[in-house]
Design a protein around this ligand. Structure first.
Ligand code: M6R
Length: 602
């Protein structure tokens, strides 16, 4: 994701080193271009930017020599417009009097660019950060001052973003928050803003947190916050942040895993907006639709998302896809694939060796390579003809959570589009995710203790919830170290039922359309003394048969979409349950023993 930083100092000084440091601190967010600008009181804005890593771009363009009292830095993670010099941020206005940069997505970027050009402005790139600058320029041209121009621009710029902007002839910078992160830092002789707290803590611990719909004007020894809505001044003093850097990076949660679970609504929202406006979606869909065979290839959690994607494609788009673990693709299917086929490769890291091996074999046979991938600039992203970026920021915790959710959202979106369905209800996903997390968090303590003493259990699902059961079982194995097998519920009677003894836990994940079948499965377990724990929406048939229930709130999705949404939401209690049981055992869920986040070995 993009990151922005802006600073105003009392004295003119070499700002290059401060900008390079800010770039390094923001780089954990992921990026593919780097840019910086200093804004003199008069003369020309010094703008330097390019594709590459912070140190590499800074060395090549001699950032260390940049000096002044006002500066902006931006790391860009490409969404609108390819990574290139032109699309790199910051951006100038038409006559080079203003410079600005943003973090987030302006979803009406294409329309805005056309309007700006029609109004005679000089639009140099395809990037939505440039639209932020021209949106302000539009109102400066009409005679408004900077704050008023930004207030008007806010109404024109749709999406989630934060941006910072400065103008020649002044001593200050301006920043605005709408959906994306923005904080300010106040220190002796300087005031700064940044996308997140970890990015300024080395400079100052006096922090002002901005809220959505607020504009901050900041100068070397002060700042003023105003509401966009009515221009009124907001009084807010800086707070002293005393937490350690690690605690700050965890965003107030005890573990990265919990933080990442709670970020799922936000990342789903960002992905949805991105997909609605991505230039890659249509060609990617065309490529999938034209294929003879469609393979979905991945490992671990990403494979489970692909498995659910495959159910979505069949049910919503009438297309058969072949979900397969990457090494098995090589062993089983590779000899038979060719240029008429495509593989949708799914990976958080984009560097999993098993997946890269499969890509290599697929490419050798001329098969098309498409990607669903989180890490920007990864091998999978580079190898893909078209890709859906998962837009999850960094996922630090070894157990994948938010990337699973966005992989599933990505598949659901593609399947809806391919089937000619309305994607608009997905705009409610963030709310449904948050409501589900809130509702299930309260229910976990009652069930946790029934499972945690056991080091052997099952997690069963059927149809849409089968991939979720596999994913829940993987989460439980990965961070509680118990042996938890995920399985199709109807298979349980074909052998594993013999494991059931008094109190033996079996988790059932039940979709709204499969309840009678799940009730049968529950009774096979409970009549042998086993304990049936059910995850589903409230249902009297399940309630009377199960020992315990974790109830998912009933979401107001259109009826024909509800089972698909429910499946996606039913992973949330399993993530939380695994997390809690891991803690109950005294384990560190973020860094389970023997595992690493990215498996770059065969
Ligand atoms: O980076 P990838 O998505 O390609 O990683 C694949 C698996 O190693 C990964 O999903 C693993 O299973 C997770 N740690 C499970 O939480």
């Amino acid at each position: 994701m993009c990151g922005i930083f802006g600073i105003v100092t009392k004295e003119k000084q070499k700002l290059g080193p401060t900008l390079i440091e800010a770039g390094h601190r923001l780089s954990y967010r992921g990026y593919d271009t780097v840019g910086a600008a200093t804004i003199p009181p008069e003369g020309e804005i010094d703008l330097r930017k390019d594709v590459g890593k912070v140190q590499d771009v800074a060395d090549r363009l001699k950032f260390s020599e940049m000096s002044g009292q006002r500066a902006i830095l931006q790391l860009r993670w490409a969404t609108f417009g390819a990574p290139s010099y032109t699309n790199a941020q910051p951006h100038l206005d038409s006559d080079g009097n203003m410079v600005g940069a943003h973090n987030g997505n302006v979803v009406n970027n294409v329309e805005l660019r056309q309007q700006f050009m029609a109004e005679g402005m000089t639009v140099r790139s395809e990037n939505d950060g440039e639209s932020c600058v021209h949106a302000v320029e539009r109102y400066i041209n009409q005679g408004f001052d900077m704050v008023e121009a930004i207030r008007h621009a806010y109404n024109d710029l749709e999406g989630d973003y934060a941006f910072v902007i400065g103008k020649i002839g002044e001593d200050r910078l301006y920043a605005i928050k709408k959906g994306s992160g923005l904080i300010a830092g106040v220190t002796e002789g300087a005031t700064c803003i940044a996308s997140d707290l970890p990015s300024v803590l080395d400079i100052t611990r006096n922090i002002v947190r901005l809220e959505d719909g607020e504009i901050i004007t900041f100068w070397a020894d002060g700042y003023e916050i105003r509401k966009v809505e009515d221009g009124s001044v907001v009084e807010r003093q800086p707070e002293l942040v005393e937490d350690t850097m690690e605690a700050v990076q965890k965003g107030g949660y005890d573990h990265f895993m919990l933080k990442e679970i709670h970020e799922q609504a936000q990342v789903a929202q960002e992905l949805f907006h991105l997909l609605e406006n991505s230039a890659d979606v249509d060609p990617m869909i065309a490529r999938i639709e034209a294929a003879r065979n469609i393979y979905i290839i991945a490992c671990g959690t990403s494979y489970h998302a692909g498995l659910l994607g495959s159910v979505y494609f069949a049910n919503l788009a009438g297309r058969v896809t072949i979900p397969v673990l990457a090494p098995q693709f090589i062993a089983q299917y590779a000899p038979a694939v060719g240029p008429e086929d495509v593989g949708v490769f799914v990976s958080q890291s984009g560097e999993t060796k098993d997946v890269l091996n499969a890509i290599q074999v697929a490419e050798a046979r001329g098969m098309g390579v498409l990607g669903l991938v989180n890490v920007v600039g990864s091998s999978l992203m580079r190898e893909s003809e078209y890709y859906v970026p998962l837009a999850c920021d960094y996922e630090i915790s070894v157990p994948a959570t938010k990337t699973f959710t966005n992989q599933v959202v990505g598949f659901l979106y593609l399947a809806l589009r391919m089937g000619g369905h309305d994607t608009a209800p997905l705009a409610n996903l963030p709310r449904w995710i948050d409501e589900t997390i809130e509702a299930v968090e309260q229910q976990i303590p009652a069930v946790e203790g029934k499972i945690s003493p056991w080091d052997d259990l099952y997690c069963l699902g059927y149809g849409l919830t089968y991939p979720i059961a596999l994913e829940g079982a993987l989460k439980l194995k990965e961070i509680t170290y118990a042996h938890c097998e995920g399985m199709l519920s109807t298979e349980f009677k074909h052998g594993p039922l013999s494991a059931v003894t008094e109190g033996y836990p079996v988790i059932f994940v039940a979709g709204p359309d499969d309840i009678p079948l799940i009730v049968s499965g529950i009774n096979e377990v409970t009549c042998r003394g086993g304990r049936a724990i059910v995850i589903s929406e409230e249902d009297s048939r399940l309630r009377v048969n199960a020992d315990d229930m974790i109830v998912l709130p009933t979401v107001e999705a259109p009826d024909d979409m509800r089972p698909y949404i429910d499946a996606l939401l039913s992973v949330l209690p399993l993530q939380l349950l695994s997390y809690k049981i891991s803690l109950a055992h005294g384990y560190d869920p973020d860094f389970p023993r023997n595992l690493s986040k990215t498996l770059t070995v065969d």
